[in-house]
Design a protein around this ligand. Structure first.
Ligand SMILES: Cc1cc2nc3c(=O)[nH]c(=O)nc-3n(C[C@H](O)[C@H](O)[C@H](O)COP(=O)(O)OP(=O)(O)OC[C@H]3O[C@@H](n4cnc5c(N)ncnc54)[C@H](O)[C@@H]3O)c2cc1C
Length: 588
């Protein structure tokens, strides 16, 4: 049944769009011969790899007991997955929406097939910029689908594609600071302290690197993504974005290989349009970023106060009241400069918030209205309420994440997972709290989504546009929360069941879309089937972004799912003849 679905989809694609509108894949006559691939490999110092799915060593006939056991042991460790060229952080993107997959779990050798599915056919294990340039020229010449991968964290699987050539940047690991950084071609009058990193550097490494210099930069909470990849190009929020703005707000310069194979420096003085687009217009779209430079800040003098608050409810109605109270106190918590993450379950809530540069007394004062509300209601119970001070950012960050995931000390990955999300603007939280509460309650109880994950890292400095000329849309400035719904599944889930899961995510997220008309969501953490994604991801900035895309990549070498200028890409490698607003219908 799964096979027939696959074939129907393939024949639909071919009949609708014709082979000529597709990129060359191993099945097409235009695919380079092995002689051509060998010559290309020699031209890039023998750096060509043949990626395989993460679980490849666990399958016969290539079963390797040592490698398989290591793969199973490390499957949820994002740093370990990043080391494997063919691995995505979420294995569902290795198989794509309709692929057959390559199961990992079981014991001993697995006799079930391991399909290549969406894993790239070849990858360039880049160790110098010239390898990227060669890859760009080669992909253009042979009409290949080209993808860019730094860490494989993409929530929509955009760092891999079936039949593609991958530019793998994991081994570009230079990092350095400059106390008086001046962007190239800019006046030397306003130097700022900065850090420059290549895509193989993780945020985790960068945080530690800056810690030794008593400085910080704006990066993600889960610290395994690349410090010069999709995170900053998508916008980049984190525990310090409320204090210093988003990562895109703090980017000072990029070095990029563009679709013509040239190396360009982009900053406010050189290639300013490209610079503007790279700060929010999305990864995999405008070129291959070779390095990113960010403003750094002195680590905060008063340190970081972490508050963990867990409260449970005895009845559904008391739980609804608790959620309503939490929505009500959000603006005052924002005013008190708290930032963090929350989980709403069906009978309890968890808040993990930090007060940067504050005191324990201030944190307690900010929590007081919520704590006293819970303590004053017999059907509510405080389960945990701890307030802990840390002297610097890294100790706070590691303290929180090592407690959650000992050993790995960051967010775990490795299980199949998909998201659907929405920004919640300050206005709905402040002016229509009952509408928002009602939506959250419906999602929890009618749609059985538990937990609802909330990111509360907006507002403050992130709300300001002053001096920030970038492509993040207005929804980023108006937001106080980003709400995230997710679903996971396992190796035995069928293709049909997976499709139903995606559909359920999309229809459930409609509850949030309906209460935030004209709103949007974060392109890096989004529904694969986000409708009207141009508006949702890029808002009023879309037409300018598309014009820049057309000027730097007129032949659309860089294509990715729901990326600027990629509206004609249907799942796989074909381009539709028409200009569709939403891809959703082409897949159902
Ligand atoms: C565990 C986890 C935690 C996360 N935490 C946060 C968080 O706290 N805050 C937040 O804002 N986001 C967070 N994200 C989302 C994250 O920002 C995105 O997944 C981001 O796209 C990852 O970028 P990457 O380069 O590391 O991943 P990749 O999957 O390698 O790349 C992501 C996209 O960028 C492109 N790309 C990668 N490198 C380059 C490059 N050098 N040049 C051009 N294009 C490139 C890829 O082609 C792909 O389209 C998290 C994701 C995960 C899985």
């Amino acid at each position: 049944m799964e096979l027939s679905f696959h074939l129907i989809l393939l024949s639909l694609l071919l009949s609708s769009y014709g082979e000529s509108s597709c990129k060359c894949t191993p099945r097409s006559s235009c695919w380079p011969s092995s002689t051509i691939w060998s010559a290309f490999n020699r031209s890039i110092d023998g750096r060509l790899l043949a990626p395989k799915p993460y679980a490849w060593p666990c399958h016969t006939p290539q079963y390797d007991p040592v490698a398989c056991s290591a793969a199973r042991q490390l499957q949820n460790n994002p740093f370990a997955r990043s080391e494997v060229v063919g691995a995505m952080q979420y294995p569902n993107w290795e198989s794509g929406i309709t692929g057959f997959g390559c199961p990992l779990n079981g014991t001993g050798a697995l006799s079930s097939p391991c399909y290549q599915d969406d894993v790239s056919i070849y990858a360039i294990n880049v160790s110098s910029v010239s390898h990227i340039q060669a890859g760009v020229v080669f992909a253009k010449k042979y009409n290949l689908r080209l993808v860019i991968k730094s860490s494989g964290h993409d929530w929509l699987g955009r760092s891999t594609a079936p039949g593609s050539l991958c530019i793998w940047l994991h081994h570009l690991t230079n990092i350095f600071t400059n106390d008086s950084f001046v962007p190239q071609s800019c006046p030397v009058s306003d130097p700022v302290p900065a850090v420059t990193a290549q895509p193989g550097v993780t945020w985790d490494f960068l945080y530690d690197f800056l810690r030794q210099r008593n400085r910080v930069a704006v990066g993600p909470m889960g610290s395994s993504p690349s410090a010069a990849g999709g995170f900053v190009q998508g916008g980049g929020h984190g525990p310090l974005s409320r204090t210093f703005g988003y990562a895109a707000d703090n980017a000072l310069e990029f070095t990029v290989v563009t679709a013509d194979g040239r190396v360009r420096v982009a900053n406010r003085c050189r290639n300013p349009d490209l610079f503007w687009a790279l700060k929010g217009g999305g990864g995999g779209t405008f070129g291959v970023v070779v390095s990113a430079t960010y403003r750094t800040f002195p680590d905060l003098q008063l340190g970081y106060v972490q508050t963990l608050f867990i409260a449970a409810s005895a009845t559904r109605s008391s739980h609804e009241d608790l959620i309503a109270k939490f929505v009500e106190v959000t603006p005052s918590m924002d005013e008190a400069r708290l930032a963090g993450y929350f989980f709403l379950y069906t009978n309890y809530i968890t808040l993990s918030f930090v007060l940067p540069n504050g005191t324990a007394a201030e944190a307690r004062a900010a929590f007081a209205p919520l704590v006293s509300y819970v303590e004053g209601h017999p059907q509510l119970l405080v389960i945990t309420y701890t307030v802990t001070s840390y002297p610097n950012f890294v100790q706070w960050h590691d303290g929180v994440l090592c407690a959650t995931n000992p050993g790995v000390c960051t967010d775990l990955t490795g299980a199949p997972r998909a998201l659907a999300t929405r920004f919640m603007p300050r206005t709905i939280i402040q002016d229509s709290p009952a509408v928002l509460t009602n939506a959250l309650v419906r999602i929890l109880f009618e749609r059985s989504f538990s937990p609802i994950f909330g990111l509360f890292v907006f507002g403050g400095a992130a709300a300001s546009v002053q001096g920030r000329n970038n492509s993040l849309s207005a929804v980023w400035r108006d937001a106080l929360w980003h709400v995230s719904l997710s679903r996971t599944w396992n190796d035995s889930t069928t293709v049909k069941e997976r499709q139903q899961i995606f559909q359920y995510l999309t229809t459930t997220d409609d509850i949030l879309r309906n209460i935030t008309p004209g709103g949007g969501c974060y392109k890096n953490e989004a529904d694969y089937f986000e409708p009207y994604w141009q508006d949702a991801f890029f808002g009023e900035k879309y037409s300018a972004l598309k014009a820049i895309k057309e000027s730097v990549d007129p032949t659309r070498l860089f294509l990715c799912w729901k990326c600027v200028g990629s509206e004609n890409l249907v799942q796989g490698n074909c381009k539709a003849a028409g200009n569709r607003k939403s891809q959703h219908t082409s897949l159902t």
